[in-house]
Design a protein around this ligand. Sequence first.
Ligand code: AMP
Length: 534
Amino acid sequence: MKSEIVLGVLVRLFTTVAAVRCYLDLCRGSRPHSDDSVSPGYLEVGLVPTMGALHAGHLSLIRRARQDNKIVVVTIFVNPLQFGPNEDYQRYPRTLERDRALCEQAGVDALFAPSVSELGVDRPHPIQVMPPASMISGLCGAFRPGHFDGVATIVTKLLNLIQPDRAYFGRKDAQQLAIIQRLVTDLNLPVEVVPCAIVREPSGLALSSRNQYLSVEERQQATALHQGLSQAEKAFRSGERLSANLIQAVKTELEKVPAMKTEYVELVHPITLAPLEVIEDAGLLAVAARISSTRLIDNGLLRTRKPILAIDGPAGAGKSTVARRVAEKLNLFYLDTGAMYRALTWLVLESGVAVDDEPAIAELVSQCHIEFQDHESNQGSKHIFINDRDVTQEIRDVDVTANVSAISAHAIVRKVLVKQQQRYGSRGGIVIEGRDIGTCVFPDAELKIFLTASVQERARRRQQDLKNQGKAEVSLDELEQSIFERDRKDSTRVISPLRKADDAIELQTDHLSIDDVVRAIVRLYQEKTDRASL
Ligand code: AMP
């Protein structure tokens, strides 16, 4: 008889590899073939690796994992491989019962807390994963020899063991995050690394399990790290780009606290971690310091990119019309994701590959390149190119229209397009709309709008559109039913369901004209950019 796994009731605690593997084997069904429907039995797994002594920083990772996945696994392992001989391995807080209760409240499905011997890290001469020297020679790597070898090794083991679809890491440990992203790329690990924002106390102090070591006075002194980074960020916003000056802004604040012993203040590229003299597009300003024997780290990401405006919402809420108009008004680039899906569909059809042959489609689309370019004779109107061929006209063909939804439903097509959208987004200055732009594609967009309208209103608008196009009349009841069904499908999709981002501003448009909506978004954008003086 097959065992039944009950999810979401009590957190299951496992301490052995055998048990957690068995649990996940029972939970998992087959992988989804497409994002078009919920494949029964397939459950996406999100992993949050931690060393325990959980705080609100960890819980923010767990919350994000809970939103994105059907199963959330948290691991708690104080990894001896990443502690130096004179570091706080013995002293590190171990609070399993409390952690378990927090995980339960947060809706975690399974907690994996193995012993050192269970994970086999105490064996002599184990195989280790070594990050590239260029990524560990600076920042914490210079002060903690062997630390990132230990991190990379244990994270590789956990990813192999749990085989999650997504793994969540905090930006608090920015060097760790960059190394793990590189690890996943270089070793072709089939997991999406999801970076999560730093969670701070109201004082600005970044949450850390090690904050427990600080006295009340030291906690106050420790806020100098964030104050230093904030001063540097202010200077950056006023146009300062030179590494030496930005670093000095941090040091000036740290020097005000005699008890603070600075280890380093460095400016590096956030992905390669190479030291920067000057910020071109982005810089990671990172700091480590000690107060008594407590080592604290913090960082800030400084980006020159122009803002990204992400508009999500249910089908029929007017996203694409509004996004185009807003882009025009604000002189931003409307990144037409619909056209991108059509271009890929055109490529598949043109190549003679069967619409349902996903591996062949993967072969084709993973090598393709999409560009938008100004049209020579008509500045301002963008043409779309795929593999250097202008397909602006072709993507409107009936064949493309008939097949675009089947092709877009393949998980690989979405994956490729999200990558290409993110590549465009890295330059900023775009408006982009969809179902999951603010939640998945650009979770760090400067302004997120959730554009919505009631089912009845969307049905009325659709009926009017059909009428304007001279099409046969469909009853409001029928339209409402199909919109309701589409909402249900979109919000229960396995991959990237429709969901309002936590930090999105909801615009209910039932009683607003398109002009009203455009005006409201333009105003929000201007307020936001004024405030950030971007
Ligand atoms: P640790 O238990 O310190 O190994 O941290 C486990 C995960 O939580 C890592 O990905 C950390 O980057 C993340 N994390 C720790 N503190 C914070 C914080 N204050 N904000 C966001 N993420 C954090």
